[in-house]
Design a protein around this ligand. Structure first.
Ligand code: ADP
Length: 174
């Protein structure tokens, strides 16, 4: 399509959270196509492989017809060019995100002057949410319902197990 507006939403998504999903939903209303691009960075240790992350995101956005999920290695700007995206989407949760995002945006603009970088803000309830925090909570058996889409919750529970309610633990000890 000639006037198609394509946005690329790059990130680690290790794992994809409801904060990420909130941004994808917002972007899907603004653009004709949204491509969620999972970064494959072998130097970074991740909980899920890029393939697993792509699969989980695909399951989580299955109802959004103009959203696709891919994975990429290398520069975000190259991935955007290869996929004919005119805009890169990033999220801003708090002022603390700003400095890093600002540097990255300016570097990406330098690398690819025609590319626009757009920032979206999630709903307030997700502003404290990040993947690292979700992993920590899941690892120690905390409740992650409502923080991540259902397919991600299921996968995290399969990986780390479910903590038994405190009452059940006490009974066993007695
Ligand atoms: P990266 O390693 O590229 O920062 P992340 O998966 O941590 O990858 O984040 C990808 C993008 O999603 C970033 O722009 C980040 O600011 C945004 N993001 C992360 N968590 C949230 C959230 N809870 N709400 C909105 N945006 C978020």
């Amino acid at each position: 399509m000639k006037n198609e507006r394509v946005a690329l939403f790059p990130g680690s998504f290790d794992p994809f959270t409801n904060g990420h999903l909130d941004l994808v939903r917002r972007a899907a209303l603004l653009f004709s196509r949204v491509i969620v691009a999972v970064a494959h960075n072998p130097a970074k240790t991740s909980l899920f492989t890029p393939e697993e992350r792509v699969k989980l995101i695909r399951e989580s956005v299955a109802n959004l017809t103009n959203v696709e999920v891919i994975y990429f290695a290398g520069l975000v700007v190259d991935c955007a060019t290869q996929n004919r995206a005119q805009v890169i989407i990033r999220g801003l949760r708090a002022v603390s995100d700003f400095e890093f995002e600002f540097q990255m945006a300016l570097m990406n603009r330098r690398l690819s002057p025609g590319l626009e970088i757009a920032f979206l803000m999630p709903s307030q309830e997700y502003t404290y949410l990040n993947s690292t925090l979700v992993k920590e909570v899941a690892k120690h058996g905390g409740r992650i319902r409502g923080l991540v889409p259902a397919p991600v919750e299921k996968r995290l529970l399969a990986k780390f197990g479910r903590r038994r309610p405190a009452a059940a633990r006490k009974k066993k000890k007695a």
